[in-house]
Design a protein around this ligand. Structure first.
Ligand SMILES: Nc1ncnc2c1ncn2[C@@H]1O[C@H](COP(=O)(O)OP(=O)(O)OP(=O)(O)O)[C@@H](O)[C@H]1O
Ligand SMILES: CC(=O)N[C@H]1[C@@H]2OC[C@@H](O2)[C@@H](O)[C@@H]1O[C@H](C)C(=O)O
Length: 399
């Protein structure tokens, strides 16, 4: 049952997420009103709080498969919840307090459902996907005194979905256009797209969304390796821009199975992580590429895999592409995307009024708000789930 009547009252909600780049906690304090087509979100404050270096190292190690004990797992889970709770406290400074938190947490493992050969290789026994986000909501609620919704992916996974991407339903209501088809392209550690057709007829069922593959994950790892640990990312894409992409290598990399899988599909650093980068660096040796050429070629892989997936899987090309996530600040990547998309304009979501930096944090505030109102959060065409369901577990606070 939808408790639509409550939606007339604007609600102050905090959205929290740390994505696959593991760079820090994005926090958004928003005022939300409406429900779906009349949904309105005002960003009151947005900030990124970097992880303490030691915690970041631990998270990256766990995500890369380093073995830990159950006690250590509990310790990391709570260490993450503590910094998320601090982020929630900090973002409210100077504002009226929030009444609800939506916390995505930190993904440390993601395994899609085993319904295709590529996925069966990693999943011998279970037909369901598995996605683990740390930073337990119970502790965030306890520390902040604010009811917290967390564990957003499990309900979609329980009915056979990928549990990702989840932001497309929010994109649909905040970024659809009455006449124009749009691709909303997030470029985080991993890239994901939501194609939103013009908002008429059965537009909602025509939305398509999937993870496009690497966003910045391989680039960041390569920069760290090539700079001997002195840099963590290629600021504005300047280093890559000083090199030349090796197109035969990009073509070779695009043959990889993931890029040819039809959606729905999701991925993570389990595939596009350290091992993948090492293979790329090995392949690059055959072409005697220097550091700048390697970065230009990896940047081209991100751009080409995005555009290749649009041309292969979309019913039609969009009229606009709206970028968000940290990769939207990589000017060289943006330029390469524009070149590959020829006459289709490539903008950022900022240009249509939604913060490109904080869109994911805003989305988890909306998903918590929908959970509170009893409104489903997933889009079956995006996650592959058979139906739309309520997302997230509610942890009531004591105060
Ligand atoms: N000025 C910039 N120039 C180039 N790249 C940038 C810039 N600012 C941020 N980035 C890139 O964006 C990344 C962070 O992006 P973002 O915070 O959107 O990722 P995420 O949310 O962790 O990932 P995901 O969306 O996959 O969960 C950084 O690691 C860096 O590679
Ligand atoms: C399992 C997981 O954390 N997936 C992330 C990741 O980062 C980008 C892409 O892969 C997307 O599928 C998802 O995040 C966003 C927030 C989503 O669910 O829409």
């Amino acid at each position: 049952m939808h408790r639509i009547e409550e939606a007339a009252v604007p609600t102050r909600v905090i959205g929290l997420i740390s994505g696959t780049s593991v760079d820090g906690i994005d926090a958004a304090l928003v005022e939300i009103s409406g429900t779906e087509l009349d949904l309105k979100v005002e960003l009151l404050a947005g900030a990124t709080y970097p992880y303490p270096a030691e915690l970041r190292e631990k998270i990256l190690a766990v995500g890369a498969g380093v073995a830990i004990s159950m006690a250590e797992l509990a310790e990391i889970d709570d260490a993450i919840a503590i910094v998320f709770a601090q982020a929630a406290q900090n973002i409210q400074i100077g504002h009226q307090p929030a009444t609800l938190i939506g916390s995505h947490g930190q993904t440390v493992y993601h395994r899609p459902p085993a319904d295709r050969e590529i996925e069966k290789k990693t999943t011998p026994d279970s037909p369901l996907g598995y996605s683990l986000q740390l930073g337990r909501g119970a502790l965030i609620a306890h520390l902040t005194g604010i009811t917290t919704v967390s564990n957003f992916r499990v309900a979609d996974i329980a009915i056979g979905g990928h549990g990702a991407p989840l932001v497309p339903r929010v994109d649909a209501y905040l970024l659809s256009h009455p006449q124009e088809g749009r691709c909303i392209q997030n470029i985080g550690g991993i890239g994901n797209v939501a194609y939103i057709p013009p908002r008429h007829g059965d537009w909602l069922s025509k939305i398509r969304a999937w993870d496009t593959g690497p966003g910045n994950s391989l680039l960041d790892l390569a920069v760290e390796h090539l700079s001997a640990g002195t840099k963590t990312y290629d600021e504005d894409g300047n280093w890559a821009a000083s090199g030349t992409p090796c197109h035969p290598l990009v073509e070779q990399w695009l043959n990889q199975e993931y890029f040819h899988l039809p959606p729905p599909k999701s991925t993570g650093r389990e595939l596009f992580g350290v091992t993948y980068l090492h293979q790329c660096l090995k392949d690059a040796q055959a072409y005697q590429l220097n550091a700048a050429d390697i970065l230009a070629t990896l940047t081209e892989l991100t751009a080409a895999s995005i555009v290749h997936s649009y041309r292969t899987f979309l019913p039609q090309m969009p009229q606009q592409v709206l970028l968000c996530g940290g990769g939207s600040r990589n000017l060289y990547l943006k330029k390469r995307l524009q070149l590959l998309l020829t006459s289709i304009p490539v903008w950022t979501t900022d240009e249509v009024g939604l913060s490109a930096d904080f869109k994911e944090a805003i989305a988890f505030a909306v998903l918590a708000y929908w959970r509170h109102l009893g409104i489903p959060g997933n889009l079956p065409t995006a996650t592959g789930a058979p139906q739309a369901v309520l997302l997230g577990e509610i942890h009531q606070s004591q105060s």
